[in-house]
Design a binder for this molecule. Sequence first.
Ligand SMILES: Cc1cc2nc3c(=O)[nH]c(=O)nc-3n(C[C@H](O)[C@H](O)[C@H](O)COP(=O)(O)OP(=O)(O)OC[C@H]3O[C@@H](n4cnc5c(N)ncnc54)[C@H](O)[C@@H]3O)c2cc1C
Length: 589
Amino acid sequence: MSWLLLLDWLSSQMQRGAVTIGAMESPVNLFNPSEPLPISTRSAAERLFPTLTDAQVARIAPHGRRRPVAAGDVLVEVGQKPVPFFVVTSGALQVVRPDAAAGDRLIVTHRRGQFTGETNMLTGRRSLARLRVAEPGEVIELSRDELLRLIQSDAELSEILMRAFLLRRAELIAGGFGDVVVVGSAHCSGTLRVREFLTRNGHPFQYIDLDRNPDAQELLDRFHVGPHDIPVLICRGDAVLRNPSNRQIADCLGFNEAIEPTHVRDMVVIGAGPSGLAAAVYGASEGLDVLVLESNVPGGQAGSSSRIENYLGFPTGISGLDLTGRAYAQAQKFGAEVMIARGVVSLDCGRQPYAVELDDGTRLTARAIVIAAGAEYRKLQLEHASRFENAGIYYGATPMEAQLCAGEEIIVVGGGNSAGQAAVFLSRTAARVHMLVRSRGLADTMSRYLIRRIEESQTITLRTETELVGLDGDVNLERVRWRHAGTGAVEASDIRHVFMMTGATPNTSWLRGCLCLDERGFVKTGPDLSHDDLAGAGWPLPRAPHLLETSRPDVFAVGDVRGGNIKRVASAVGEGSIAVAFVHQVLQR
Ligand SMILES: Cc1cc2nc3c(=O)[nH]c(=O)nc-3n(C[C@H](O)[C@H](O)[C@H](O)COP(=O)(O)OP(=O)(O)OC[C@H]3O[C@@H](n4cnc5c(N)ncnc54)[C@H](O)[C@@H]3O)c2cc1C
């Protein structure tokens, strides 16, 4: 089968503007070489492409090498990794996006005092663009490691470079400069998963919605792409993946290529939610060799929160995606490595250094382990519930889910803060939000400020003593039934979207037999470990476990996965940072 035809067709759709970019929904006309990047104001352009002073350039020079460059030299090719960093001291460099049909599309020209790069300088991922010499001159070249050392030691340059890298990646996403096209449907659970995976990894992509492009469906039919193959993902211009797993996408885009698996790390962190990212930031910034392993995407539960309003320092609130996206960049800035879409399936705690085994069979070793695997929302225990996951049943409420159910009646199940937050957030776009809670009210389980917003909302209907009892539909959820506990009455409604926010269970099944867990499966730490627990686990040291240390020396547990943890972003971040202080102590032993 020739996929070239499909690629040709996709390219024509892009020129017609029938493609949306990244997580944005408004169609954007792409690949028009005459259109510059949409840089709205002069000050924004200055922050994106700042010019360093002579003194700042002089501070960079000892970290790298000066080298002459000739017009036409290609310094970085599309797909290259790791990507070196260049500061122009004379002449000019151009960043271009090669396009065989329309010719190279110029993104930006860097002149004296300006520098190259975006977030892939931190992540070690492949280059999305080509860097070529437009006018001969001289540059200072730094390898990725040299750049990381520079930004860890020079706060002023770190601020200028980090801000420019992050803004440039945002512009690449907005301008559709990605190397990924997703062809999918809003009615397909895999499409939501893939779009979320790319968005939460900050990877630019173009999206073709089959529901709005009937000729796209026709074309896929001709290539025998069935409903089970949706979404189709075209990766880096050539590989065509049918309904790929997150791991396949990560592999195709080379997310983990820069990570070397064989050497013994100071600290391996399992989970990249707020607690794991905090441990990574503090550990790496204090000189530890840190690797974070994440089975899905960085951000954890917090990443699926529409707006976190009670995290210190953000009086107007911040979306979970923003908060954890910044933490992810910060961890990488200090040199922590983050492996994406690789879950830990077991901990070999019988000998030190400890080893963890990944779901692809890789073994990684570390002198200290921080378990930050968090918790997962309780699944709905009803017939067909798993079939409708992401096809009507959701366990997070972000702008992406809000788009899917705009203008419709929806259900939020749960009486805690996350349910309240989801109801208030979704009530802005949904026609009506039915909040189903088993108890008689919200007072015992929800913060007062959220209860007030729910009471004042014209769009939210609180249904107490009520639970879901039935789900119907074919591929997608089409109808639900709920029962009132007091009267026993069952009501049916043509509601197609249910948000489950009913508390969490810890991600610890892979730890059984290795660490002491409490009766609900959370990891026991520090003073919560009794003499019997320690004797049973064979605790070998004369000292008692440190705060946050588990029943194995040098293995710590932080955040929602830990018994007794207050399930909040702030406590997760606090515990992640405290654990690092104890890791230093045990590594010095
Ligand atoms: C919708 C929602 C809204 C919320 N709103 C707020 C709020 O407003 N304020 C507030 O303070 N708190 C809020 N919370 C709670 C807060 O998000 C959590 O307390 C916090 O995210 C816990 O952080 P954590 O790092 O301990 O765990 P998690 O956030 O659960 O992260 C754990 C990470 O570990 C990964 N993982 C799990 N198992 C493995 C494995 N075996 N191998 C590798 N990786 C693994 C997971 O994929 C995940 O990314 C909210 C939660 C939700 C779901």
